[in-house]
Design a binder for this molecule. Structure first.
Ligand SMILES: [Zn+2]
Length: 366
């Protein structure tokens, strides 16, 4: 059933009694207005009588250029291009590109906050990326958490590498995900992870650390330590894991590379580092929405279809576009989520088949 465009819209007037409520029948078509890109629809709320444009409440509002250009600039950003490069390619002012990206990041962050919920936590890996903000002396860390089975990038925190930020990443992960049975958590040898895991995740996970000893930039020894849970529980978790055969941080390390490549601020030896923490936060949030909902992941290839991490985790039915991310409205998403929940039972059997496929492919590769 296709829903009409009006029923998806809500009244943006803060003084209206039906503000933000959809499906009440108060929104009707009003008129058209002319832009350089053609005509656009105006809507009217019957409750308060106010009119609003079709781009209201999206980053395209009062955009003087084509929406496709906006999407293109955002796409270039998540592929690691610096703002000055984009401005030169598109012959735009640096300030315009920066402003567009700031607005896109705000909407992308809201979108991922709303959508990144309800997935099952099976295997988790956490790590941190070292970078700097403002001056090279101001070292800052991007702490990240990855759900290995679905490759879903669950959470990130930017700041100092301390107990408070690690706790935030872990609590955010638990708040968003569902724990159906004890999951496997692996990190590097940073002691704060051990403290946090023992305080917050006791009885919830099996926790191990992978400590790599390096000499002349080469790994010479790998130590694996089990810190929460028994050896038998670890072996059982590894037996059921589709991705890991031993305690490892390989998936998050590969993921760190994806993050570094997708954010110009995080390049190594780059002159275009972020001047302020908020800019870095915005770009990482934008990249996170792109990675989870738009980017097909090559590790999630099943036959001819390549899924996004959100599809694998059951949060989206298909690959989204930036237009979906920026124009999505709560009611539409709710509608999709209900549809997904209803289909979940039917899809369970096919998912089991797919997981067999994945394991089979892994065996054939090795
Ligand atoms: Zn109204």
């Amino acid at each position: 059933m296709k829903r009409s465009k009006e029923s998806n819209r809500t009244c943006p007037n803060p003084d209206c009694s039906l503000r933000g409520q959809s499906g009440k029948g108060n929104i009707i078509r009003h008129s058209f207005y002319i832009t350089t890109q053609g005509r656009r629809r105006r809507y009217r709320c019957k409750q308060c009588g106010r009119t609003f444009s079709s781009t209201h409440g999206t980053p395209y509002y009062r955009l003087h250029k084509a929406r496709s250009l906006f999407d293109e600039v955002v796409h270039m950003c998540v592929h690691g291009l610096a703002i000055s490069t984009m401005a030169r390619i598109k012959r735009m002012a640096w300030g315009t590109v920066a402003r567009w990206l700031e607005s896109a990041a705000t909407y992308a962050a809201r979108f991922k906050d709303r959508m990144l919920k309800g997935f099952v936590i099976r295997e988790l890996q956490a790590d941190e990326i070292r970078t700097f903000v403002g001056a090279k002396k101001r070292v800052i860390w991007v702490l990240t958490g990855l759900e290995v089975w679905s490759r879903l990038w669950i959470s990130f925190e930017i700041g100092r590498r301390n107990f408070r930020n690690i706790k935030r990443v872990m609590l955010d992960t638990l708040r968003r995900g569902r724990v159906e049975h004890r999951f496997l958590l692996t990190t590097d040898g940073f002691e704060m992870y051990e403290w946090a895991a023992k305080r917050l995740l006791l009885g919830v996970c099996i926790y191990g650390q992978v400590i790599k000893k390096r000499r002349e930039n080469r790994v010479v020894r790998v130590d694996r330590r089990l810190l929460l849970g028994t050896q038998a529980a670890l072996e059982e978790a590894l037996f059921h894991s589709e991705d890991s055969s031993t305690l490892n941080t390989s998936f998050i390390e590969r993921h760190n590379l994806t993050i570094r490549q997708g954010c110009s601020y995080l390049g190594r030896r780059t002159p275009c580092h972020a001047r302020r923490t908020e800019f870095l936060e915005g770009q990482v949030a934008l990249l996170m929405a792109y990675y989870n909902f738009l980017r097909p992941h090559t590790a999630l290839k099943f036959g001819t279809s390549v899924r996004t991490p959100a599809m694998q985790a059951g949060l989206a039915k298909n690959r989204l576009s930036f237009r979906d991310v920026f124009t999505s409205r709560a009611v539409f998403l709710l509608f999709v989520l209900i549809a997904i929940r209803l289909q979940a039972t039917a899809e369970l059997s096919s998912e089991l088949n797919n997981s067999c496929l994945k394991k089979h492919r892994k065996l054939s590769v090795s």
